[in-house]
Design a protein around this ligand. Structure first.
Ligand SMILES: O=P(O)(O)OC[C@H]1O[C@](O)(COP(=O)(O)O)[C@@H](O)[C@@H]1O
Length: 404
């Protein structure tokens, strides 16, 4: 039987030698085709509850307490997303647990100083503000090494790299990602996140030169996403994902290292009472957006409630709240990236009954033409999004490149 070992990569910085696995070593479990991974140890994860691996499985993959781990949920007893995707997810969630430990590390403020890592050039060729920080670079390396170890990825396109990286000719998947969104917030311990999208490799492009096929595979339309997700690094570490049948969130149980299903089949309420936007930009907004915000904050919109403002300025955190509470999360200027941010989050929004738009068109239907393409992004509750779009003029054209 072929056996997959746990990823063995270590942080590129000598500050973070990975002497031992940060989470308990896992027991082995088998996938349908004889591949194997390491399954969670059969132990109570917290008082009063046990993960599904300890439980009698019911026909629908549930258990008496309703708890299951991410790996169980996507495996053949649950959603059954396919063995190859299960293996890839295993490696992605492992990388994200390492990033969760990294962002919480007492040493990360010294990372640039002692590791030789300095802020690099922006993959998107943008302003100083967009240049990757040492933590962005380390997070990118952690994910790249996990994707390599998975042997399931042909190409990785990251917001932090100028060009996509070809990994493995036979890898069935293409992964697009923003390894650490909101990293400017880390010094103040404000939540950050990883965003990822997974496509199938376009086998019809296999004959092309590497650079060309890497780029074309990464520029697939969002309608072709096989799966997408984010990991929120906050008071809890949450992995939220969709495989095309609903949006589901899993919370990291630090005692076992497992992501436990805590929010199955999330539905964004059709209306929320929260709008999330950087409204210091009010005077650069177009008339339609100003009118919309002025209307809902006074409770004069179609939903006769006075809306509240919430803006963390960390996309994953603002989106996660919107997914759970409803309302809108937006960035009306050309700032967020179609490939790495807008497409994966729109996929999750739609799978939860919400909407992702650039203010005029459905995000998932926009064909990317450039890897680092930026656009206005509006995400949220169906009825709130429809009302916002009815104001038509909501895309901010003035984009001076703000310093903070
Ligand atoms: O300055 P703005 O327009 O409020 O943008 C804030 C947004 O930019 C981000 O920080 C992403 O930008 P970066 O990819 O440059 O880090 C999001 O997390 C946040 O939602």
């Amino acid at each position: 039987m072929q056996q997959l070992l746990l990823p063995t990569t270590s942080y590129p910085s000598p500050l973070f030698p990975l002497k031992s696995h940060p989470f308990p070593r896992k027991q082995q479990f088998c996938l349908r085709d004889g591949l194997s991974l390491y399954a969670p140890p059969k132990m109570a994860s917290f008082s009063g509850f046990v993960a599904k691996s300890q439980m009698q499985t019911t026909a629908d993959g549930g258990d008496a307490n309703g708890f299951s781990t991410l790996m169980e949920y996507v495996g053949k007893g649950g959603l059954d997303v396919g063995d190859e995707l299960v293996v890839l997810l295993y490696h992605i969630q492992y990388a994200c647990k390492r990033i969760a430990a990294l962002v919480a590390s007492p040493f990360n403020s010294a990372l640039g100083k002692y590791s030789g890592l300095s802020a690099g050039t922006s993959g998107s060729g943008g302003s100083d503000r967009d240049k990757p920080k040492p933590l962005d670079i380390v997070a990118n390396e952690i994910i790249l090494s996990s994707l390599r170890n998975s042997a399931k990825v042909s190409v990785m396109a990251s917001e932090e790299d100028d060009a996509p990286i070809w990994i493995n000719d036979d890898g069935p998947f293409v992964v697009v990602l923003d390894p650490l969104d909101g990293s400017r917030n880390i010094d103040a311990s404000i939540p950050t996140g990883t965003i990822f999208g997974i496509y199938k490799r376009l086998v019809e492009l296999d004959h092309l030169p590497t650079e060309e096929k890497a780029s074309l595979n990464s520029l697939q339309s969002g309608t072709r996403l096989v799966a997408a997700g984010y990991v929120l690094y906050s008071s809890a570490t949450i992995l939220c994902a969709s495989f095309g049948s609903g949006t589901h969130a899993f919370t990291l149980d630090h005692s076992t290292g497992d992501f436990i299903l805590t929010h199955p089949s999330i539905r964004i309420p059709p209306r929320g009472q929260i709008y999330s936007v950087n409204d210091a930009r009010y005077f650069d907004w177009p008339e339609g957006l100003r009118q919309y915000i002025n209307t809902v904050r006074q409770g004069k919109g179609k939903y006769p409630k006075k809306y509240s403002a919430r803006y963390i300025c960390s996309l994953v955190a603002d989106f996660h709240r919107t997914l759970l509470y409803g309302g809108l999360a937006m960035n009306p200027r050309d700032h967020l990236r179609l490939v790495y941010e807008a497409n994966p989050l729109s996929f999750l929004a739609e799978q939860a009954g919400g909407k992702g738009s650039d203010g005029k068109s459905r995000i998932l239907s926009i064909q990317p033409v450039k890897l680092h393409q930026r656009l206005p992004l509006f995400l949220g509750s169906l009825e709130d999004m429809d009302e916002l779009e009815s104001y038509e003029d909501v895309q901010q054209k003035v984009n001076p490149g703000y310093e903070v």
